[in-house]
Every structure is written in structure tokens, then in C-alpha cells.
Design a binder for this molecule. Structure first.
Ligand code: NAP
Length: 495
């Protein structure tokens, strides 16, 4: 690590890569990298606080010009035969797989993610490109028998147009490909705004897309301050779809902004997952899954469990085992491959402190962690708090970090009501070995995804998304292409 730090400090990220061209500090619009009209934005390694590079900052005019580029490319891309689009997407997938290690290093440096998790995210990100490379070839077989005696009817699916994709820092690659591969497969072209905290994962994907033969302007990565970039897109009637992943707060803002030009919307927003353990569950399995559900991605995960509800009969045993497991987790910089990396920024770190202090002030019992970690300014120790009050902030807001809040429950009806008592509805985790209860609870939980006796549920072929204020629409699966298409009904007279 010492050598790597010196190389990074003296020569920059590119020197750590086997393919230095993957590190790109420019926006990728049209057929070339482009500098911004505004002062570049510094990007920091959250593990050390050191600047690792800077990214081009476009102004509003450049952002609008990126839509021109995508609109021109739409005329080309949407007219390709499905197998031609498929071949380019397939090549993009293969290049991502070949560049896996470099892409993972870029991600760990700008995001802080443990390198094993970064590699896992690259696999996950590539899997969407592979899936939609296949899906674009699948015929649409929606048909209807004519209801008119003298006419023939047909239903067509057509690409909607230019799509604006706005993505967060916690999954800097996968949140882009989950949207872009579906949009491109449907025949749309895209303008992408990645988080300014993790732009280099996005520009690296654009470098690979060009190498894969993507036509100029089909996949544009537009960097700079989010409002400067995104507002022109929201006002532009040529942008027909907005697909956003991020906080519910910014999602609401984009929802309002998109109303003026009535855009199609996909929203993947915040989560506040309940993790429910019944006394009949396999306790050791529940504990080991709880560790994954809470501490993967250092807790900075929309699927992260925030509220642990444990049936009273096994409550103390679960708390002890879970706290002991949290204590065993290693904490450190992403490239050292610990279990837990740094918080993304000071705001994220401060939220951990706020939620812990609030939970303890309202009667919570600290079982593990509880404060910052010696690894560095933005590291927070894996934390477990028992007996957390229902009105504690952590029981009502997304914590987005490695802090777990546990409380006991006494009945199925009580725990389902408490789990559902939130504006969010992304994922719920359920641990029980009672088949009838699995069915009842899975039906009763108001969440887009229910994970039973396991944590990992995601993948390209499944519909990912939330109920209530966790989002609109679904990503992944065939459904993920739907928002990027228009339905056209043609009625031909026979007379
Ligand atoms: P965020 O602050 O909402 O940012 C998301 C994106 O929106 C970034 O590209 C950001 O750019 C941009 N943005 C910020 N302010 C904007 C504005 N005024 N107008 C237009 N765009 C704006 O979210 P985050 O902190 O990056 O990510 C964490 C959140 O994402 C959590 O709530 C998490 O649950 C959610 N998330 C959801 C899913 C899901 O699939 N449901 C997956 C991952 C994350 P800048 O970063 O440059 O400001």
C-alpha cells in the first residue's frame, strides 16, 4: 500500500492502472473527451482526504449541446438492426470484463469501496450490459386480435428518444449500466450525469463504450455541478425519459422539474429496510445475513438494513451474536480490502454520529462501535445499538452507514405494522422457517423486494425497485426497458 500511495500521490490514478487511458478527467460527449467551460471539480479519496484528480465541469450551454449530440445519434442508433445494437453492447460487456481490475481500482480510489466489493460491482455492472445485449434481440410479441370487423390492429414498441440518466456515488458503475444498457437496448441514446464525487468510474465506462464501437453521441457522460448540468435537460422537450437513482429529496425535485415537459420517469430512491427475525429462524444464519444486510458497501447502500426487529424470545442472543460479529469486522482504505471502508464525505460521517447520539439519548444500549474509527477522519466503526426507541431518528430516516438499530417485538401483526410504518418501500428482509408465515409476511410487507432467509437478491434478470416513496418503475429484467419505449397502436382499414 505504501508504494501504491506514493505512486498515486506523485503520478496520479492512471499510473496504478494497466490501461492508463481508462482514467479520464474529461466529459465524454459525442466522439471525443471534452474539457469543461467552468473550473474543474476536485475529486478526493475518502480514505485519505487527498485529491486524486479533477473532473471537467461543463456549463449549461455545454450540457444542452450534449443533448444535441444524443439527439443526432438517436437517428443512427435507433435505426440499427437489433443484432447490430446487440453486438456493440456485447463488445462493451466484454471490454468491461477485461478491464475489471482497473475499473475496480478507480472505484475504490474515488469511492473508498473495499476492492473486493468494487470487483463485485464491476461484475454486477457488466451483467446488465450482457443481459440487455441479449434482450435487445428478443422480439416483442404483444399482439391483439382486432375488435373491429373491417380493420387490422398492431401494437409496436418504439424507442422513446433521448434519455437523461442521473446516478449516485454509492454504486458508481452499476447504477449507470443498469439504466444505460436498458436504454440503449431499447434504441434510446443517453446523456449521463454521474455524481461529481465518483466521476472517473463513469468516464472509464465511456472510454470502453467508444472502443466497443458505440456511435458518437449514443452514450454521453456529462460532468460538472449537478444543477447546472441537469436543469437544462429537465427543461428540454427532446429529453423524453429521466431515469434517476439517488435520494428521495432530489427525486422529488426532479419529479417537479420534469412536469413542464411531461417526461417519462424512472426513480430509484432511498430505502429504510426492515430486517425481521422470528424466533423460529435459524439464528446463526440470521446473524450472518444481518452482517451482510447492514455492513455491505460500508452501510452506504439503498438496500442496507436500518431497522432490526427481533422476536423477544431470541432477542438477547441475536443482539450478542450480531454485536460480536460487528466487532470482528475490519476497517480501512478500500485498496487494503477491509470489510468496511470510509464514509463518502463529512455529511455522511456526521449523520452516523447524529443517529448514534440520538439513539443513545433515547435509551438505546450500545453493544459495538459507536464512534469514528482510528483508520482516518471519515471512517466509522461498525456499530450495533439495542433497545432503540421507535421515535429515534435511526428508526425513521435512512442512516446510510454502518450503524444498526435493534428492538424487540412480540407478535407478527405488530412487527409487520412497524416495518410498514415508513414512507420508504424498497426492500424488506425476513427470517423465519414457518412457510405459512413466509407467505403471509411476504404478502403483507409493502416493499418492492422481499428477501427471505437471505440477503443477496439483486441481479440483471430481476425487477429492482421500490413501493411508495422509494421509487417509480423498475430496473433490470425486461421491465427495465419499458420506460425507454413508447407504445404505438396502428389500426389499418380493410375496406
Ligand atoms: P443524491 O444526493 O440524491 O445524488 C444523486 C445524483 O443526483 C447525483 O448525480 C447528484 O450529483 C445529483 N444531484 C444532486 N443534486 C441535484 C440537483 N439539484 N439537481 C439534479 N441532480 C442533482 O444521492 P446520493 O447521495 O448520491 O446517493 C445516495 C442516495 O441514493 C440514497 O438515498 C440511496 O438510498 C439512494 N440510492 C438508491 C438506489 C436504488 O436503486 N433505489 C441505489 C443507490 C442509491 P452530485 O453528486 O454531483 O451532487
Amino acid at each position: 500500500m505504501a508504494n501504491r500511495s506514493v505512486v498515486l500521490k506523485e503520478q496520479g490514478i492512471g499510473a496504478l492502472l494497466s490501461d492508463p487511458e481508462l482514467y479520464c478527467e474529461f466529459a465524454m460527449v459525442g466522439d471525443r473527451p471534452e474539457a469543461g467551460a467552468l473550473e474543474p471539480i476536485a475529486v478526493h479519496d475518502p480514505a485519505t482526504g487527498r485529491q486524486v484528480g479533477s473532473i471537467a465541469a461543463f456549463d449549461a450551454a455545454q450540457s444542452a449541446a450534449a443533448v444535441d449530440s444524443a439527439q443526432r445519434a438517436f437517428a443512427v442508433w435507433s435505426e440499427l438492426l437489433p443484432q447490430e445494437r446487440s453486438a456493440i453492447l456485447r463488445r462493451w460487456f466484454e471490454l468491461m470484463v477485461e478491464a475489471r481490475e482497473d475499473l475496480a481500482i478507480i472505484m475504490s480510489l474515488e469511492q473508498g469501496k473495499p476492492i473486493s466489493e468494487s470487483r463485485g460491482e464491476i461484475d454486477y455492472a457488466a451483467s446488465f450490459v450482457e443481459f440487455y445485449a441479449e434482450e435487445t434481440k428478443r422480439p416483442n410479441i404483444e399482439s391483439v386480435t382486432s375488435h373491429l370487423p373491417d380493420a387490422e390492429v398492431e401494437i409496436w414498441r418504439e424507442p422513446a428518444g433521448v434519455a437523461a440518466l442521473i446516478t449516485p456515488w454509492n454504486f458508481p458503475s452499476a447504477m449507470i449500466t443498469r439504466k444505460a444498457a436498458a436504454a440503449l437496448a431499447a434504441g434510446c441514446t443517453c446523456v449521463v450525469h454521474p455524481s461529481s464525487e465518483t466521476p472517473f468510474s463513469a468516464t472509464a465506462l465511456a472510454v470502453l463504450a467508444r472502443r466497443a464501437g458505440m456511435p458518437a453521441g449514443a452514450f454521453n457522460v456529462v460532468t460538472g455541478s449537478a444543477p447546472t448540468i441537469v436543469e437544462p435537460w429537465m427543461a428540454d422537450p427532446r429529453v423524453r425519459v429521466v431515469s434517476f437513482t439517488g435520494s428521495t429529496e432530489i427525486g422529488r425535485l426532479l419529479y417537479r422539474q420534469s412536469a413542464t415537459t411531461v417526461k417519462r420517469l424512472v426513480m430509484e430512491l432511498g430505502g429504510h429496510a426492515p430486517f425481521i427475525v422470528f424466533a423460529d429462524a435459524d439464528l446463526d444464519q440470521a446473524v450472518s445475513e444481518a452482517v451482510k444486510a447492514k455492513f455491505a458497501t460500508s452501510g452506504q447502500d439503498c438496500l442496507g438494513a436500518n431497522r432490526f426487529f427481533v422476536e423477544r424470545g431470541v432477542y438477547e442472543r441475536f443482539c450478542d451474536k450480531f454485536a460480536a460479529a460487528a466487532d470482528r469486522l475490519s476497517v480501512g482504505p478500500g485498496l487494503d480490502d477491509p470489510d468496511i471502508g470510509p464514509m463518502m464525505n463529512q455529511k455522511a460521517f456526521d449523520k452516523q454520529v447524529e443517529h448514534v447520539e440520538d439513539a443513545l439519548a433515547k435509551g438505546g444500549r450500545l453493544l459495538a462501535g459507536g464512534k469514528g474509527h482510528a483508520a482516518g477522519a471519515l471512517f466509522f466503526s461498525p456499530t450495533v445499538i439495542a433497545d432503540v426507541a421507535a421515535d429515534a431518528k435511526i428508526m425513521n430516516e435512512e442512516t446510510f452507514g454502518p450503524v444498526a438499530a435493534i428492538c424487540p417485538f412480540d407478535s407478527e401483526a405488530e412487527v409487520i405494522a412497524r416495518a410498514n410504518d415508513t414512507e420508504y418501500g424498497l426492500v424488506a428482509y425476513l427470517h423465519t422457517n414457518n412457510p405459512r408465515r413466509i407467505y403471509r409476511a411476504s404478502r403483507a410487507l409493502q416493499f418492492g423486494m422481499v428477501a427471505v432467509n437471505r440477503t443477496k437478491v439483486t441481479g440483471a434478470p430481476i425487477p429492482f425497485g421500490g413501493y411508495k416513496q422509494s421509487g417509480i418503475g423498475r430496473e433490470g429484467a425486461r421491465l427495465g426497458m419499458e420506460a425507454f419505449t413508447e407504445v404505438k397502436y396502428v389500426c389499418r382499414d380493410w375496406r
